[in-house]
Design a protein around this ligand. Sequence first.
Ligand code: ADP
Ligand code: DP6
Length: 342
Amino acid sequence: MAKRGRSVERSATYTASPNIALVKYWGMRDVALGLPWNSSLSVTLAGIATTTTVRFVPGQTLDTLVLNHRPATGPPLEAVRRFLDRVRGAAELREGADVASFNNFPTASGLASSASGFAALAGAASAAAGLRPSPRDLSRLARFGSGSATRSIFGGFVEWRAGVRVDGKDSYARPLFAEEHWPELVDLVCLLRNAPEKAVRSAEAMQGSVATSPRFAARQAAVPSRLRRMVRAIRDRDAGALFPLVMEECDDFRAVCETTIPSLDYLTPVSRAVLAEVRAANDERGATIAAYTHDAGAHVHVFTLREHAPMLQRRLRRIAGVDQVRSLRPGSGGHMVRGPAR
Ligand code: ADP
Ligand code: DP6
């Protein structure tokens, strides 16, 4: 990562949006370096974002974090500190930092706040520290906060290449298609009332799957060709080809979770009712007009095309226990809001 001269003002603000994985990252081949077993594919979402300001303060030894206007302590603060240590190491900096971050959507409720949160922190902290990372470098850095943050550096449809090198240099995200590529595609995000909070971070839970799920190896064998077929379907804006693959992948991911010992069950009966509603809508049409997917949480994303969105939204909103159905579109990548003074 390129370094540059220290500026007087060591403060920067960066914003990034969450992403939803169409091909899931689930399992690390190297935990210390955060290197995944398989490549993954996601859509960065518009309309929801994290904005983070980092200020390195001369003479300050500790880091502070204000998250959503409240001082943060415990694991969220520790994760930010560990991340800043890495940035300080690269920039040969010693100062502690004040970090202020705001998510304009619910935190830790299944909307991938860790993805946008660590992408925004990577952008703000590296700029404030006087580093000038390329977007690719930034995606490599964001990985150390949260794997899924690797992809939130870029907008539109993004691939995180697993890479093969032991040093991880070839493991980074790259944008495949811009956010405007497929204007008809929408993501109806079904937010559940009373969704349970995750007890264990995904980064930890996934290693349980690597160690114990009898389906992990078969999933690894299936993912590369599935990812290639999905990329082709997105390129061709072919919903009929993409949607069955999205559900196949989600079902495969869920099967790996459920066969992990102890079993990882992220869905609630309400989530399962959403999946059933999507299957029913497809059956009634005799065509795959919608696809469900979910991450390690109870909320469900339903991809469809604009023409079907109002009908599906009505059906999904009627499900007892579904609090909101938000219609989101592919969005832009991370960007600087206010850089350090030069
Ligand atoms: P979600 O359900 O939103 O995907 P995760 O369980 O993946 O949540 O991650 C939530 C954790 O991510 C939080 O507990 C916190 O540690 C971290 N996080 C969320 N938002 C931010 C942020 N803006 N800045 C730094 N860390 C954040
Ligand atoms: C199921 O890299 O986001 O969302 O930072 O611990 O939350 P944590 O892990 P993270 O795990 C992502 C898992 C996933 C799939 C995906 O986003 O690819």
